[in-house]
Design a protein around this ligand. Structure first.
Ligand code: ZN
Length: 251
C-alpha cells in the first residue's frame, strides 16, 4: 500500500482494506469533531454565561426597583405631609393677619404655632430632599442595569443566530460525511469494520492508524523492527494491531 493516497479524486477509497479503513477513520474523526463542535461551540458557553449574568441582574433589578418604589411611596407620603403642614400654616397666618383676633395672648400663640409649622416644613423638606437624591441614585442604577440587560439580550440573540447558522452547516456536512462513510464501509470486510468499531469505541475514537516512519500513528511509540516487518508483510485484508495501544495499524 506504500505511500499512494488512500483516497481517490472523488474521495473514494482506492486501495485495499487498510486504505479504506484510514478513509473510514478520517470520516469518523470528522464526524466526532463536528458532533463535538455542535455541543461545545464557544458561542454556547458565552450564551450560558450571559444567561446566568442576566438572571442575576434581573433579580438585582427587581430588588432595586422594589427599594425605589418603597422610597417613592414614602417620599409621596412625606410630600403630602408637607402640603398639610403648609395648608395649616396658611390658615393660621390668614387668621393672624385678618385682624379678627385681637387678644395678644392668642396672637402670640398663633405666631408661635406659625413658627413651629415653618420649622416642621423645613425639616420635612430637608428629609424629602434627601429622599429625592436617593431616588435619583436608585433610578440611575436601574437605568444602568436595564441598559446592561438590553445589551446582554441583544448579544444573546446574536449568539443564538450564530449557533443556529453553524448548526445548520454542521448538520449539512455531517449528512455528507456520514453518507461517504457508509460507502467506505461497504468496501471493507464486515469483520474488519466490526473490529475497527470496537477498537475505536475503547480508544478515544481512533480505531485505525497509519504506520508513520516506524511509529504507531495512534500512540506514537516506536515499534520494534520485527513488528514493523510483520505489519508491512501482512497479507492483504489482514491487519495487525499496535502492541501498545491496540489500534489497527495500516502500513
Ligand atoms: Zn499504538
Amino acid at each position: 500500500m506504500g505511500d499512494a493516497s488512500p483516497v481517490g479524486p472523488g474521495g473514494e477509497p482506492t486501495q485495499g482494506s487498510g486504505a479504506a479503513l484510514l478513509f473510514l477513520q478520517e470520516h469518523d474523526s470528522r464526524i466526532m469533531a463536528l458532533r463535538n463542535e455542535l455541543s461545545v461551540m464557544p458561542e454556547r458557553v458565552e450564551l450560558q454565561l450571559i444567561a446566568a449574568r442576566m438572571g442575576e441582574m434581573k433579580v438585582r433589578l427587581g430588588e432595586v426597583a422594589r427599594i425605589r418604589d418603597d422610597l417613592k411611596a414614602r417620599q409621596e407620603d412625606l410630600d403630602s405631609r408637607v402640603d398639610k403642614v403648609a395648608e395649616r400654616k396658611r390658615k393660621i397666618e390668614g387668621r393672624l393677619y385678618s385682624g379678627e383676633v385681637s387678644s395678644p395672648h392668642d396672637l402670640q400663640a398663633m405666631s408661635a404655632e406659625v413658627e413651629n409649622l415653618s420649622r416642621q416644613t423645613s425639616d420635612l423638606e430637608d428629609e424629602e430632599l434627601g429622599m429625592i437624591e436617593e431616588l435619583d441614585k436608585l433610578s440611575a442604577e436601574i437605568d444602568d442595569m436595564e441598559r446592561a440587560v438590553d445589551a446582554m439580550s441583544e448579544r444573546s440573540e446574536e449568539l443564538a443566530d450564530k449557533i443556529q447558522a453553524r448548526a445548520v452547516e454542521i448538520d449539512a456536512e455531517l449528512t455528507l460525511v456520514i453518507a461517504d462513510r457508509e460507502k467506505a464501509v461497504a468496501q471493507i470486510p464486515s469483520q474488519l469494520v466490526f473490529a475497527y468499531d470496537v477498537i475505536r469505541d475503547r480508544s478515544g475514537g481512533i480505531g485505525a492508524v497509519a504506520l508513520v516512519g516506524g511509529r504507531c500513528g495512534g500512540c506514537h511509540l516506536d515499534l520494534p523492527e520485527a513488528e514493523i516487518e510483520r505489519i508491512r508483510k501482512a497479507p492483504p485484508g489482514e491487519l495487525r494491531t499496535c502492541e501498545s495501544c491496540g489500534r489497527l495499524i495500516v502500513p
